[in-house]
Ligand binder design. Sequence first.
Ligand SMILES: [Zn+2]
Length: 143
Amino acid sequence: MDDKIVIDVARLDPEGETLSGEADIVKLDEEFVKSKGPAKYSLHARMFGDELLVKGRLEQAWTMVCSRCARDFESVTVVEDYVFSAEIGKKEQFFDLTNDARECIILDLPNFPLCDGECPGIAGKSESRPDERWNALDAMKLD
Ligand SMILES: [Zn+2]
């Protein structure tokens, strides 16, 4: 399983190319959210002069902890309109999209995920508070 999304700039079709597949780029393993399997991607990459433009779709499955009832549940993040562009040096043969795509997926995570929009929270608690473990997301570093 690839753990990177790398664009072969030197061989990119001048008309653009569609790149799709699966790559284990997220690898998030926090107490409250874990990536489940590889990210799926379907991207279109094209050079415009010195500029690489990538557009497409990213998808990542998760196991998360509900911020109301603290139960584990499964969820999927879909980024339908991923866009990336960068100027590419003439000597650059490959461009590694991994970090940007990973960041985009992680930033799309909800602040307070719910197992269900109607989740009643933990029975017996009059007030439901977000699970404090989710605070860790704010402190998490994206590389
Ligand atoms: Zn819940």
